[in-house]
Design a protein around this ligand. Structure first.
Ligand SMILES: C[S@@+](CC[C@H](N)C(=O)[O-])C[C@H]1O[C@@H](n2cnc3c(N)ncnc32)[C@H](O)[C@@H]1O
Length: 129
């Protein structure tokens, strides 16, 4: 199956436990990502490989309650962390889905923009209206 190696690495038992101590390496990339995307209220956003959901929350904050963010990732543990953070933030405009972004279907409809955050190695897409 596609991405077996990634699935194995990110589903390893201790990753979800250690991730909160290491994910700060991605933090410096969040503000430039948000600046590059220039998200607007009401937009629909896809966060590919959302991890613990920090960029998912940043996008949700930018698009506000009329927008929607779909965050997808492959390990249960990472999504559980993202879901805890979503609940703590009280954001109802986020859907977090267990999905391989390359091959699995997921809901969310048409997106205005997508992001994939990995610190200094991040990407954005903005589709024309
Ligand atoms: C370096 S972490 C970055 C996580 C998060 N975006 C951040 O900036 O904190 C890489 C993430 O990519 C996810 N990933 C790898 N391959 C994937 C795929 N095919 N579909 C969805 N997520 C994937 C991993 O599970 C992991 O959470």
């Amino acid at each position: 199956m596609a991405n077996d190696a990634q699935r194995e690495v990110w589903n390893a038992q201790d990753v979800a436990e250690t991730w909160p101590r290491t994910e700060h390496i991605s933090d410096p990339g969040t503000a430039p990502l948000m600046e590059a995307l220039n998200l607007q209220p009401g937009e629909r956003v896809l966060d590919v490989a959302c991890g613990g959901g920090k960029t998912t929350l940043a996008a949700a904050r930018a698009i506000g309650p009329t927008g929607h963010v779909t965050g997808v990732d492959i390990p249960d543990g990472m999504l559980a962390l993202a879901k805890r953070r979503q609940a703590e933030a009280g954001f109802g405009n986020i859907e977090l889905a267990l999905a391989d972004a390359q091959i699995d279907p997921f809901s969310g409809g048409l997106f205005d923009a997508a992001l994939a955050s990995s610190g200094s190695c991040s990407s954005t897409i903005r589709w024309p209206h």
